[in-house]
Design a binder for this molecule. Structure first.
Ligand code: PEP
Ligand code: MN
Length: 341
C-alpha cells in the first residue's frame, strides 16, 4: 500500500505517518515525488487496512498496490528514474552507450579499445575482470589485476567503468573500483549478492536471468532497492529459447513492458543476446526503436584473438557505424515525440 501525503504536508505529519505504519509492524519507506511525498508500506503479509492511516493529518489518499514489486514499480513511483554515473545520465531523455571488451586482457588491450569506443561515442566503458564462464578451462578473467586496469582506463579516457561482481566475497573489492557494478544473468537470483548490492553506494546494472520472467527480474531489482540502494539499471540480454540462429533470443517486447511496469531505466545488451557479430547492429537499432534507454555492446580491436566472446565483438569501425545509426534513430524518435506534443 502507498500512503499519499498532501502537497503541503509538514515534516512532522510525515514522521507521524511513518510512526503509525511502523507501530503496526510494517516498514515505512518515504518516497519523495515531484509534488508530494508518498510513503510506501513494506513487509506486510497481506492487504493493509487503509482506513488506519486515511484519517491522519496530512494524508491525502491511500492506494492499494496490485503488483508483487513495490519500490521498483510505477504504482509506488510514477516518474521515470534517472541514474547518474558521474556526468553520465542513464534514463529518460538520454541514450546511454556502454562499450568495451567482454574481458579485460591487458592494459594495452583495454586502453586501445577504450580510446576507440570513446572516440566513436561511448559514454561508459565495460570490461570484465571476473568472468562467469561455462567451462572451467576457459579464461576466467584477470581478477584484481583487471580491476586495476579499469582505474587506468578511467584515468586515460575519463570514461566511467562498468564491471561485473561474480560473488559475495569479492563485492567490496569490485565496489571500490567500479563506477557501475554489474550483476550478470547467471547471478540474477543470487539473493545474498542482491542483498549486498542493496547496501552498495554505487549503481547496479542488473541483467535479466537466462530463463527469468520479467516478474522475477523485477523482484530481483526489488531486493536491491529494498536494501536501500535505489540506483538500479535493468539490462535485457536475451533469454534461452529453442532457436539456433542466435545464442539467445533478445526479448525486445520486454523493454516497453518493463518501462510501463517500472520507473527504472532499461538498457539492452545485443551482444550476449546475439552471440554473433552480424546481428549486433540490427538488434541495437531495434533496441532504440522499442524505447530502451541505452545499450551495452562488446567491442574488440582484434576479436579473432579475444580471450572471451570474440565472435560477438564488433570491430571498432562497426561500433562507429552502430553509434551513428542508433543516435539518428534516437534523435528522430525524440523529434517526432516533441512535435506530437
Ligand atoms: C557480460 O556482460 O560480460 C556477461 C557475462 O553477460 P551475461 O551475464 O548477460 O551473460
Ligand atoms: Mn561477453
Amino acid at each position: 500500500m502507498l500512503v499519499v501525503m498532501h502537497q503541503k504536508a509538514t515534516r512532522e505529519e510525515i514522521d507521524n505517518v511513518v510512526q503509525a505504519i511502523e507501530q503496526r509492524g510494517y516498514v515505512a519507506r518515504p518516497i519523495p515525488g515531484g509534488q508530494r511525498v508518498s510513503i510506501g508500506v513494506l513487509h506486510n503479509k497481506g492487504p493493509v487496512d487503509g482506513s488506519l492511516f486515511l484519517g491522519l493529518p496530512g494524508v491525502k489518499d491511500v492506494i492499494p498496490v496490485t503488483r508483487p514489486y513495490k519500490l521498483v514499480g510505477r504504482e509506488f513511483k510514477p516518474q521515470d528514474s534517472v541514474i547518474r554515473v558521474g556526468d553520465v545520465p542513464v534514463g529518460k531523455g538520454f541514450f546511454t552507450i556502454i562499450a568495451g571488451p567482454c574481458a579485460l586482457e591487458s592494459e594495452e588491450q583495454a586502453i586501445t579499445i577504450a580510446r576507440h569506443v570513446k572516440e566513436f561515442g561511448a559514454h561508459m566503458f565495460r570490461g570484465g575482470a571476473f568472468k562467469p564462464r561455462t567451462s572451467p578451462y576457459s579464461f576466467q578473467g584477470l581478477g584484481e589485476r583487471g580491476l586495476k586496469i579499469l582505474d587506468k582506463v578511467r584515468e586515460v579516457t575519463g570514461l566511467p567503468v562498468v564491471t561485473e561482481v561474480m560473488d559475495y566475497e569479492n563485492f567490496d573489492l569490485v565496489e571500490s573500483f567500479a563506477d557501475v557494478i554489474q550483476i550478470g544473468a547467471r547471478n540474477m537470483q543470487n539473493f545474498s549478492l542482491l542483498r549486498r548490492a542493496g547496501k552498495a553506494k554505487k549503481p547496479i546494472l542488473l541483467k535479466r536471468g537466462i530463463a527469468a520472467t520479467v516478474e522475477e527480474w523485477l523482484m530481483a531489482a526489488e531486493y536491491i532497492m529494498e536494501g536501500g540502494n535505489e540506483q538500479v539499471i535493468l539490462c535485457e540480454r536475451g533469454v534461452r529459447t529453442f532457436v539456433h540462429h542466435s545464442r539467445n533470443t533478445l526479448d525486445l517486447s520486454a523493454v516497453p513492458y518493463v518501462r510501463s511496469e517500472s520507473h527504472l531505466p532499461v538498457i539492452v545488451d545485443p551482444s550476449h543476446a546475439a552471440g554473433r557479430r552480424d546481428q549486433v547492429i540490427p538488434l541495437s537499432q531495434a533496441a532504440v526503436g522499442v524505447g530502451a534507454d541505452g545499450i551495452m555492446v562488446e567491442v574488440h580491436h582484434t576479436p579473432d584473438k579475444a580471450l572471451s566472446d570474440g565472435a560477438q565483438s564488433l570491430y571498432p569501425e562497426q561500433f562507429r557505424e552502430l553509434c551513428r545509426n542508433v543516435r539518428s534513430i534516437y534523435r528522430l524518435l525524440q523529434l517526432n515525440h516533441s512535435e506530437g506534443k
